[in-house]
Write a protein that binds this ligand. Structure first.
Ligand SMILES: *Cc1c(COP(=O)(O)O)cnc(C)c1O
Length: 474
């Protein structure tokens, strides 16, 4: 990028445009050395610059990312209160791995996962084990690794081969599970979703599970649509398989979003450690845990569900502390932010925040579902996320990608994308409602959607479809 501006001038004495021709065009605030010359942006500059200058450049480029609060594509938190911001700034230097140097942060990490173990109904929190992670991806990797190692131990003990582990999951899993299978040489066995079985629900599971199955992944809050997979039904199907074949296949619940919604909004739904088959649960604290990225959690129902040969000992206050993680160094501030929120909100506070978020989602899905152009896929009553498709035969002038583009003109990021196997011919559009999308903003969004649809409907010829592809990834 080339900056063509006036000659350098001082920042403090100038009082704006002087008309003398020496520093015209330029707001004097922006007329420091380094801002009025070519500034190399993609190579290490030879010389220093003023911190103000470097700051301004980075700040301005970050501004071009758009407004994160209008990003209804992401599940990841984009708002925290001023006390959280203050705490974040105070603790940005903490390294999670330095348990000996930051024993209090380590103790707080343990308190947090114990609270979660209890929230997820672990039979005995004293006998559960868990850890913070950088997000759900790392948490899922750890959950998957524990399943794989447990299976390997059992196979070896029985003198059987460990050559061909497989994992059974929905075709609508988040990409981290594809990575897990790829990185750790596990065969993924995808159960395709269909119109009849919109989520993994245990049907035909016996066709996928065999002696080499290390586990089944159940998703609480499928990223494509926000729907819960019925973990209890999946567990019941695995119970039947065990009765028939003797195979004892555990479940990892990927609760990236739902594990921080269901305990508050659907407390009677049985999806967690109340089901014995659920060995481990993971979540993204930076989704509905309401913390800034990146923080996740993974918890095993008992210490026996996490094979001890995966756990490393780190010295801690002269003693020892178990550690199971992919990273070594990792920020500790987010753990403190999570603890702050647990103390600040408590169960009731989390309930109120999540309920309000869901009310907004249900309001939006009600309005969108009532429009003649759309059919709802779901309504946001599981996690506050819902998707819709264009009603068959409604129009040949535009599609959901066009609507997505129109809304982008107003700053809203609302992706359209094809569903996974076996529904790839269906394109949906999805809204993720998070804390921070107020009812008032939601009403503005509805005005913008209505206006965009009116515009598209009024076209005399179809919108071009050339080059229209979804670049959205889950
Ligand atoms: C977001 C998500 C993940 C990945 O979580 P990160 O915290 O972004 O690593 C995994 N599974 C599901 C179901 C998700 O929604």
């Amino acid at each position: 990028m080339t900056r063509t501006t006036a000659t350098p001038t001082s920042t403090s004495s100038s009082r704006g445009f002087t008309g003398d021709g020496t520093h015209n065009q330029l707001n004097p605030m922006f007329a420091r050395v380094g801002e009025s010359i070519d500034f190399p942006l993609d190579e290490l500059p030879q010389h220093e610059s003023l911190p103000e200058t470097a700051y301004q450049i980075v700040h301005d480029e970050a501004m071009l990312d758009g407004n994160s609060r209008l990003n209804l594509a992401t599940f990841v938190g984009t708002w925290m209160d001023p006390f959280a911001q203050k705490l974040y700034a105070e603790t940005a230097d903490k390294n999670m791995v330095d348990k000996d140097e930051y024993p209090q942060t380590a103790a707080i990490e343990t308190r947090c996962w114990k609270m979660l173990a209890s929230l997820w109904n672990a039979p005995d929190t004293a006998n559960a084990i868990g850890t913070s992670t950088i997000g759900s991806s790392e948490a899922c990797m750890l959950g998957g690794l524990a399943l794989k190692r447990r299976w390997q131990h059992a196979r070896r003990a029985a003198g059987l081969s460990t050559d061909k582990p497989n994992l059974v999951l929905s075709s609508a899993v988040q990409v981290c599970w594809e990575k897990f299978c790829n990185y750790w040489d596990v065969e993924p066995r995808y159960v395709p979703i269909t119109d009849e079985h919109r989520v993994l629900d245990g049907h035909d599971l016996d066709k996928y599970v065999d002696e080499n199955t290390i586990g089944v992944v159940a998703i609480m809050g499928v990223t494509y649509t926000g729907m819960y997979e019925p973990v209890a039904e999946i567990a019941a199907a695995l119970d039947r398989i065990q009765t028939q074949t003797g195979l004892d296949v555990p479940i990892h619940v990927d609760g990236a979003s739902g594990a921080m919604i269901a305990p508050f909004l659907q407390p009677d739904l049985v999806w967690d450690f109340r089901l014995e088959r659920v060995h481990s649960i993971s979540t993204s604290a930076h989704k509905y845990g309401l913390v800034y990225p990146g923080l996740g959690w993974v918890i095993w129902r008992t210490v026996d569900d996490l094979p001890s040969d995966l756990v490393f000992d780190v010295t801690y206050l002269g003693g020892h502390m178990p550690s199971f993680a992919l990273n070594f160094s990792r920020p500790g501030a987010q753990v403190l932010l999570q603890y702050y929120l647990f103390l600040r909100l408590g169960w009731e506070g989390y309930y109120k925040v999540q309920k309000t978020t869901q009310d907004v989602a249900v309001y939006l899905s009600g309005r969108i579902g009532a429009m003649p152009a759309f059919d709802l896929w779901n309504d946001g009553t599981d996690i506050p996320v819902f998707a819709w498709q264009l009603k068959a035969g409604y129009t040949d002038k535009w599609n959901l990608y066009h609507l997505s583009e129109r809304l982008r003109l107003k700053g809203w990021l609302i992706p359209a994308y094809p569903m996974p196997d076996d529904l790839t011919d269906i394109v949906v559009q999805r809204i993720v409602v998070r804390n921070g999308l107020s009812r008032n903003l939601a009403e503005s969004l509805m005005n913008d959607i209505t206006e965009a649809v009116d515009y598209l409907d009024a076209l005399e010829a179809p919108m071009p479809t050339e080059g229209l592809v979804s670049t959205f990834t889950h």
